[in-house]
Write a protein that binds this ligand. Sequence first.
Ligand code: BGC
Ligand code: NOJ
Length: 816
Amino acid sequence: MVRYGHFDDRTREYVIDRPDTPLPWINYLGSEEYFGLISNTAGGYSFYRDARLRRLTRYRYNSAPLDVGGRYLYLRDDTTGDYWSPSWQPTRRELDEYECRHGLSYTTISSARTGIRAETLYYVPLGETLEVWRVAVTNERDTTADLSLFSSVEFCLWDAQDDATNYQRNFSTGQVEVDDGVIYHKTEYRERRDHFAFFACSEPIEGFDTQREAFLGPYRGWEAPIAVERGSLSGSIAHGWSPVGNHHVRLSLEPGETREVIFVLGYAENPRDDKFDPPHSQIINKLRVRPKIAHWLQPSAVKAGFDALTRHWTALLGGLQVSTPDPDTDRMVNIWNAYQCMITFNLSRSTSGFETGIGRGMGFRDSNQDLLGFVHIIPERARERILDIAATQIATGGAYHQYQPLTKRGNNDIGDGFNDDPLWLILGVSAYLKETGDASILDEPVPFDNAPGSEVSLYEHLIRSLTYTLDRLGPHGLPLIGRADWNDCLNLNCFSETPGEPFQTTENVSGGQAESVFIAGQFVLAAKELASIADLRGLGEKAAEYRAAAEKMTGTIVEHGWDGAWFRRAYDFHGNPIGSGENDEGQIFVEPQGMCVLAGVGLDDGLAARALDSVAERLATPHGVVLQQPAYSRYHVELGEISTYPPGYKENAGIFCHTNPWIMIAETIAGDGDRAFDYYRRINPSARESISEVHRCEPYVYAQMIAGKDAPTHGEAKNSWLTGTAAWNFVAITQWILGLRPELDGLRIDPVLPRAWNGFVATRVYRSATYEITVRKPIGVTGRVTQLVVDGSPVDGTVIPPAPAGTTVRVEAVIG
Ligand code: BGC
Ligand code: NOJ
């Protein structure tokens, strides 16, 4: 049992007590337009809105060590010449004490060495496009300490892709200005960019550097900059090469004295016709940015900004708080899982320690699913997000698989043809309606492919999504899979033999009729949701039509999608089943078991229960439910990327965590609270904290994957943070296991709890009313709510109609 830290639930922090975590353990800064990542050793980078197109600082992916580039500080004892990094990296010189606290949108790193303590707080103030680093240095010696403090960032030349590849150009373009101790990064400002970065310091500076070579010295890295070793900066001005920002502050501290130094790194834009001062010069007009810098360099402003951030998070999380018999559940629901949902809202899958922010913008299906996890926290922004996503839909009803957050345009590199994507829009919108009751969104005019003049109502978009599937049915009457469905590694029309060919976009054969049982299940679910939405609009006939379509597809699934003991996964190009007992490998897949049961398929005829038993028998492991079995032992050209991964990794029989909550939900629908909760705990990162040496990723957030039982590293997590796992687990635990489920006509209270529990209490804000909920159940009992009392009066059923905004509703539910 190895831990690298512990949870501090009171302060809503994860406290890391040694710097050498198995992987960089990351946190995110920023919540609106300016974002950054920060590791427990101050690695990471920042960007404005778009991780690819407006990157402020450099970070080196796939580097050794993993986490290179960051918000680095150096402390130097000017008497002895000894120097170190208070965040351990990049010097990695031994610290006498070390502690990193990752909190909600901030991180503090504290350490001590030779009697010098440093504590740095990093955060992005609300409403600002800048970040603050507040460093408090304390002399704990009994003699005066003469110290130097150096700051260090390496600027990215804005477009992160170009920055990392186009050296013939960008070794010559880098430009800076230094004015009044503030370092301005202005590469390309002379021409088509109207934005720049600034890096300021609250103290009078002894010196600065802006050319990387001058700071580091030839053949040196960040672990041993020559300027730090020497104890002085050289006042270099970057002309081309690699612009950096370094300040030098001298501190002479009496015994017991603490000094606070504030650094501010930020992004600013100027109007094009007012970008230079004087107007015909090439000098940045700093009129607008100077007051901002001056403000944020004041300790009182930094304190107030931090308090505001804390209040902001308290308000965001306050909408749902639970107290259950399981601390790991409470901590995830109340703090970390909700937090992770907000981060995926901000960034989709675009940028993390493992996603470079270059290749992928916002996913269409991903963003729709992320919505499920944050719609109750920030409904107005969910509304805006839905309209942005829908505006990238194509007139056929199809959808770009991704779009760029800065331009909000569909990403042509990947294009469309992922046949599940459009259906997720229906599920996202339906979640929004259930949470907010705001049916006005359905009438919003939304264009296709962002083309002005093409606007139709959002409701019409939903209809197109549904017909998109109906227009594309295969020989068995199941939906065609296109380039891939949810499992974007199942590339059934691809047949790639050429290294490097993209599996997702290559279609080098034609005439394929590959079909997806997963999309079929998803269609049933979406059609039922759309039917309820049609009812809401008084379109009873349409509703009946969608229900009939759902019914028909259900029949098709039962006829062609059932394999005897579980749901099949698909039919390949040639019409052979995938995920069937007929296959040698990949006989059973998790996705259709989850999605079909979620859609209500097989509930009356025992198929659902049988399928879930098969999952338990064949797919469940102590570390979670694997994606399929048996793993593919070799490359199957007819299946594509899924069979490129060695057994047990990623979609080839890894525990692809996103799918696990579908099974948890399916289990609650089938009424098995023990199994549902057991699956929940198996991948709950907090519940896995005590096996951190196996799990290796952060114990406070979900990772995309945990290596499956066929992998030599079974139980090892990879690619943390940006995954649909966050939203779906949140939905599984809060809406299905705890059973606090928004519906179109009110809040349903329908917990399906493990036998070992005696109930739980919760506070849930729903449509601006506060529900104080108590659920009671004798230990050892399972079952559904037998009695529901609302404000003292028993009610029928389990749905509580929306209460007037601002009121408090007391709910008591009894099970068994
Ligand atoms: C990965 C998927 C990912 C996809 C899209 C694949 O290589 O395995 O998990 O969603 O690429 O970028
Ligand atoms: C990650 C992608 O972001 C998501 O869209 C996909 O569904 C899963 N991988 C499964 O392949």
